[in-house]
Design a binder for this molecule. Structure first.
Ligand SMILES: [Zn+2]
Length: 174
């Protein structure tokens, strides 16, 4: 009963006209949907600060001018949705979970991009630094941090603009 009273109270200020009902997007100008208005409504709803959203690595991925399929792939990696052998084993789709590159570690996102000696040699050669130094500069051990902090590693070898694409190119190639 309190709910009915609350609803009745909320409706007291409504003015009902004889016009036909219409659907409208309440957050958009003139009731029209747009992605920007949807984004703004989410930010407002969840009280997210703009700077926090911009620094959120998966959003950084969407800002890169790379093919859509690579963006989606990186997005899946960042959210832990890559079908690595450790995940496939949970569904009993594979028996052997050894990394295809080094044949020693268990193939997981963490191993593939940060712990596999074959792959960190790739990162080391690209950056011109020891892997430990790269990790310190990245201040992370996950792909989200890698994408976000990669520009801090160095851009001397390729130039700033091209350097931003390196993580995407490497992760896609792995
Ligand atoms: Zn490995």
């Amino acid at each position: 009963m309190p709910l009915v009273n609350e609803m009745t109270s909320a409706m007291q200020d409504l003015v009902v006209s004889g016009d036909a009902d219409q659907l409208g997007w309440r957050w958009g100008a003139h009731g029209i949907f747009s992605v920007a208005s949807f984004y703004d409504s989410l930010v407002e709803k969840y009280n997210l600060i703009q700077s926090e959203l911009v620094s959120f690595a998966p959003l950084v991925i969407w800002e890169l001018s790379i093919p859509l399929k690579i963006r989606i792939f990186l997005w899946c990696v960042c959210w832990g949705r890559l079908q690595t052998l450790d995940r496939l084993k949970k569904f009993q789709l594979v028996d052997d979970v050894r990394c295809v590159w080094c044949k020693r570690g268990v193939e997981s996102v963490q191993h593939l991009f940060f712990q596999c000696p074959v792959i960190y040699d790739v990162w080391r050669r690209l950056s011109g630094r020891k892997w430990g130094e790269v990790l310190m500069l990245l201040d992370t051990n996950d792909l989200t941090g890698l994408v976000k902090n990669w520009p801090h590693v160095s851009s001397d070898l390729l130039g700033k603009n091209l350097w931003r694409f390196v993580p995407a190119a490497v992760v896609w190639s792995i």
